[in-house]
Design a protein around this ligand. Structure first.
Ligand SMILES: *Cc1c(COP(=O)(O)O)cnc(C)c1O
Length: 433
């Protein structure tokens, strides 16, 4: 398993992590609990975290731009969350009954996301998108849905699909174990391509329940919407009686407190949230138009249930996160550090004339080893292997970027301008090599 050239190239001491990975591999598929964590030749094992930093099992300190793939918007161990969780623990942590906390949280989310006239709490983004697609199908009585190529909506059957050979062909499973009969009901379209959407809507009249989209593609990017694209998607779905589902698991509470729908001024029919809203604990939310959500059990016939739905500790953590974000104007500061990072990186890339591109929005950024992509096919043209080698040099320099060309890097409120500056110096020396 261990790939020698990279092992030799690594300067970090990883003895403890290597030993842990050897034990893990015997019991856990690929040695990890989720595939993205399987950094080759072995992942570092985190022992503790604080502010913008992680410390691994060998006590290497890393500046964290992965931030658990998005949730940790305040950085690690924010004191307000430590306190909110400790307070909630005193009152118990799972009741199996309704509680005031979930009512207050629902009111608050619906205020921030007026398109979510009603909503339900679940435990992950995967559960949220699975339920939202079921609501779309249940409410319309149609089986087909549309997703965008390169969009990620969690790890359930309807969205683990790869495209067929053209826009109007049916998808095929992208994982063993996904029934072909399920995959064929998901159509896939390139991002930023309204004519392709029109073609599919014409080809399947009255058969499509909904279109699910990350307003900014966060799982191959960030890849940004071109001028007028999201507006066009909204218009075409409305005209063709197809429900529009914004998957804001990444963009929610990051582009604005009210998500991409506030930032771009677009009102979807259904929305999914996750990641940030648990403040690092597991929470997902699906919601939307009242006439649709009223069809969810027990008030309607679309079934969804969960032992941990509306769980108090994760909700207390999420609400404390919102408190801090509102009181301290966190997004304004984050947008400024995001800009500092992208501007600094752009200067480095320009100086070195590497033909790389720096892309991002708000507190999301990525250096693409290639031209800025506007859809999935273009993103695939980037130099993935080159990026991975660079990723390892950055680790050696004490910076943990997301371990793939196709995962977004995030900035937290704990990343001061000085931390960003230190990071830019690491970028500069690692890109030079
Ligand atoms: C991470 C993610 C999901 C899945 O959320 P989990 O909490 O990992 O299940 C869904 N949609 C988007 C856009 C995501 O980034």
């Amino acid at each position: 398993m261990i790939n020698l050239p990279y092992r030799v190239a690594l300067l970090m001491h990883l003895d403890s992590s290597i030993r842990l990975f050897d034990r893990a591999k015997k019991l856990m598929p690929g040695g990890v609990s989720s595939p993205v964590r399987a950094i080759s030749p072995y992942p570092f094992y985190t022992a503790r975290a604080e502010g913008p930093y992680l410390w691994d099992a060998d006590d290497n300190r890393l500046i964290d731009y992965c931030l658990a793939y998005g949730p940790m918007i305040l950085g690690h161990r924010h004191p307000a969350i430590v306190q909110a969780v400790a307070e909630q623990m005193k009152r118990g942590w799972l009741y199996g009954t309704p509680s005031e906390l979930e009512v207050a949280a629902a009111e608050r989310i619906s205020r921030l996301y007026p398109s979510m006239e009603m909503l339900r709490f679940v435990s992950s983004g995967t559960e949220a998108t699975q339920a939202a697609l079921r609501v779309a199908r249940g409410a319309t009585g149609r089986d087909k849905v549309i997703k965008i190529e390169g969009g990620f909506h969690g790890a359930h059957d309807s969205v683990l699909v790869k495209a067929g050979s053209g826009a109007t062909t049916l998808s095929i499973p992208d994982s063993r174990g996904v029934p072909a009969d399920t995959a064929k009901n998901t159509l896939q379209l390139p991002y930023n391509d309204l004519p392709a959407l029109e073609t599919v809507l014409k080809a399947f009249p009255g058969q499509i329940a909904g279109l699910i989209i990350e307003p900014v593609l966060g799982n191959i990017g960030p890849v940004l919407p071109e001028e007028g694209y999201l507006e066009g998607v909204r218009q075409l779905t409305r005209e063709n009686d197809v429900l529009l589902i914004f998957d804001e698991v990444i963009t929610g509470f990051r582009l604005a407190l009210g998500g991409a729908q506030e930032h771009f001024g677009i009102k979807p029919d259904l929305t999914t949230l996750g990641k940030i809203i648990g403040g690092g604990f597991p929470v997902g939310i699906f919601g939307g138009r009242r006439d649709l959500l009223e069809q969810v059990a027990p008030s309607g016939a679309i079934y969804q249930a969960g032992t941990f739905n509306g769980s108090p500790v994760p909700l207390a953590s999420g609400m404390a996160t919102l408190d801090v974000m509102e009181k301290e104007n966190v997004l304004e500061k984050l947008n400024a550090t995001g800009k500092q990072m992208r501007k600094g990186l752009q200067e480095i890339v320009d100086d070195l004339r590497l033909g790389y591109s720096v892309v991002g929005i708000a507190s999301m950024f990525k250096i693409f080893f290639g031209e800025e992509p506007h859809n999935y096919v273009q993103a695939l043209k980037c130099d993935k292997a080159g990026y991975l080698a660079f990723f390892r040099r950055m680790l050696d320099a004490g910076v943990f970027l997301t371990p793939s060309q196709y995962e977004t890097d995030f900035i937290s409120a704990a990343h001061s301008p000085e931390v960003i500056q230190t990071t830019l110096e690491a970028f500069s020396s690692c890109l030079k090599n």
